[in-house]
Design a protein around this ligand. Structure first.
Ligand SMILES: [Zn+2]
Length: 250
C-alpha cells in the first residue's frame, strides 16, 4: 500500500514536471531546493538530487577554518577561554550521514586540525557504505551538556570539558576524540564496585553479546576505520568501557 502510494506520487510529480517543461521550458519548479545545503542546516534531511545539484560528495565532505557563525554558537558552550586550545587549532567539518531509515542527513562537527582531513575521509567512507549514524549536530545544540547529547544519540567531537567524574582534561577538550551513536554505545564506569552507565537511557545496551542497531564492536566498520587511521577505541579499555569513544593515539 505504502509503495503504491509512493509510486503514484512519483508518477504524478514526473508528469507535472513533464507538463511544466512542455509549457514553459525556460523555468521548472522541479529543481531541488538547495537551501538546507547552502546554509548547512545540520540535522535536516536532504534528497540525493539536492546533493548532486550541490556538487556531489566533494562539496558535502569538507574541512574548513571555523566560520564566524559557528564560532559564535560555540562561545560559553563547547568553547571557553583556556590556555590549551584556540580557534586556529580547530576545524569545522561538513559531512552527510545516513540514519537507520536510509535517509541522508546534514551533519557537522568541530575537531582539532590535526585530525580534520582523516575525519572527513572516515565520515565520507561511512556515508558511502551506508553506515547508520542517527545524529551529527554540534554539542552546543544541547548547551554542551554531555549527558543530554549522549541520551539523544548524538555523534560529536570537540567540547572543552573534563573527563566525567574527574578533573582531567578530556581528549574531547582538544578535539582529538569522537563519540559515535552514544546512546547505543554507552560509557560504563565502576566505582566502589558500583556500575555507572552514561547516558541513563543506554542501560539496555551494556550487554554487548546482544544484537542491536548502531552497536560498535571489533567487526564494525566504524571501529575498523578509526583504528586504521590511528585512533584507539574506548571499548578496549580495561577499567572502564567507553563503547562510543575513539581517540587519537599520540
Ligand atoms: Zn568520548
Amino acid at each position: 500500500m505504502k509503495n503504491t502510494t509512493i509510486w503514484i506520487l512519483t508518477a504524478l510529480l514526473t508528469l507535472s514536471c513533464a507538463v511544466k517543461a512542455q509549457t514553459s521550458p525556460q523555468e521548472s519548479d522541479c529543481t531541488p531546493d538547495l537551501t538546507v545545503l547552502k546554509t548547512w542546516q545540520a540535522g535536516q534531511t536532504v534528497s540525493q538530487e539536492a546533493v548532486d545539484a550541490f556538487g556531489g560528495l566533494d562539496s558535502c565532505f569538507v574541512s574548513q577554518p571555523i566560520p564566524d557563525g559557528v564560532w559564535q554558537r560555540m562561545q560559553g558552550k563547547t568553547f571557553k577561554p583556556n590556555p590549551h586550545i584556540g580557534r586556529d587549532d580547530l576545524r569545522h567539518i561538513r559531512a552527510l550521514h545516513w540514519d537507520y531509515d536510509e535517509q541522508t542527513h546534514v551533519g557537522e562537527m568541530v575537531c582539532n586540525k590535526k585530525i580534520a582531513e582523516r575525519l572527513v575521509l572516515i565520515l565520507r567512507t561511512l556515508y558511502e557504505q551506508h553506515y547508520p549514524i542517527e545524529r551529527m549536530v554540534l554539542p552546543d545544540v544541547y548547551n554542551a551538556d554531555d549527558d543530554v547529547q549522549m541520551a539523544d544519540n548524538n555523534t560529536s567531537c570537540f567540547c572543552y570539558r573534563v573527563v566525567s567524574g574527574t578533573t582531567h582534561l578530556s581528549k574531547h577538550a582538544l578535539g582529538l576524540a569522537i563519540d559515535v551513536n552514544t546512546r547505543y554505545n554507552p560509557y560504563i564506569t565502576y566505582r566502589n564496585g558500583k556500575r555507572r552507565v552514561q547516558p541513563d537511557n543506554g542501560a539496555d545496551y551494556c550487554d554487548r553479546s546482544k544484537q542491536f542497531r548502531y552497536k560498535i564492536d571489533h567487526n564494525d566498520l566504524c571501529f575498523k576505520l578509526f583504528t586504521q587511521h590511528g585512533f584507539r577505541w574506548g571499548g578496549d579499555w580495561h577499567t572502564s568501557k567507553d563503547y562510543q569513544h575513539f581517540e587519537l593515539i599520540e
